[in-house]
Design a protein around this ligand. Sequence first.
Ligand SMILES: *Cc1c(COP(=O)(O)O)cnc(C)c1O
Length: 429
Amino acid sequence: MLDKLNSASEDFDLTVSSAAKADVWKVEPSAVAKNCRNLIREVVDTLDLQPNPAKSVIALSLGDPTIYGNLAPPPEAVKAVVAATEGGGYNGYAPSVGYNRARSAVADYVSYDGVRYEARDVILCSGCSSALEMCITVLADSGKGQNILIPRPGFSIYRTLAEAVGVNVKYYDLIPENNWEADLQHLEDQVDAKTAAIVVVNPSNPCGSVYSGRHLADILDLASKYRLPVIADEIYERLVFPGTGFVSVASLHSGVPILICGGLAKRFLAPGWRLGWILLHDEVGAFDAIREGLTRLSQRTIGSNTLIQGALADIFKNTPQSFHEALVATLHRHALVTYDRLCDAKGLTPYMPDGAMYMLVEVHLKRFPEFETSLDFVKAMMEEESVFCLPGDCFGISGFVRIVLTVPEDLLMKACDRIRDFCNNHYRF
Ligand SMILES: *Cc1c(COP(=O)(O)O)cnc(C)c1O
């Protein structure tokens, strides 16, 4: 074959035609690429941010907990990855849904509170984002104009992923004063003949809310009434503050077929390791064809990183409970001190989270007549105080800002003080 190619090439004129070289050559991206939009980028790119050169920048905007170096994966997990790498047994392709031993390790890790998973219920993916993309793609048909229902405020990735594959999104509202619970009437109003699934995010990015079993049961009742499967984003599973319990949708035994997405990114502080999963929770046998569909979809990218798969059993077995407890304690302390300080800022109402890594803060724009929107507010705060948080507009809600709680405590405190000064300077009666 190679010989044939070589000899064939001699028959061609190998000089590139001068026309192709002379003209400016621009290759157009496809409609899929053009339709791929990320709300956070779109909003932030319009802002033209200029920090105050006299003050060091503090970014309370980045959803990567490892970025400041104060939070890192468990040493036991790092050791397991090193051992898996040095052992040499994980350089090849794994089955596209993952090695059975790794799937089995995940099944054990997520089997608690009366829920039992088997290895066959686990599909390993390249991060939780990839898990979500597969779930949306397997449940919703773009050719039929189908839609999925997603929360507002919410993480922008669901819309990005859905629209890239031609699936529409419809928003259901969350109610701030009800601990960001779903507005059930509004949720029901969004259901139409083309709805393919409901996305439930618990604990929530950006709200930091954690739903009760009662509220989750109400959502599942609606799903059951309209025979809609659920996609549950539980990437912040068990990342809840003392006094709050995490309830997985699977533990309610509602009969609703559910695809649960999770991964190592947040609870193991390793987002770059790109190890996520889909859990099939199917008590009524509704997902037989979906199981097959997900397996087919996994073959598009031939699965997730094998080194992490090889380490997975040891990551779960060797990471002490104290690692998770310390992370929760840090996040809780950061939430408490942030809440405390921002309560003293004029014109703001912080909403105390119950879990995850974020806090939403309401900006009473009527009290800040210089600023028309929360975008104007965050831009001016960057210019004067060099503190940046994402405006709620990135999550579909205006009049709010989101604060990331994973930054080191001293920086967080300094940022809160600057936010307070900024608000007190610009507040008008
Ligand atoms: C961080 C995050 C993810 C993405 O996780 P990866 O494993 O890094 O892809 C998914 N959902 C929510 C709500 C997140 O905050």
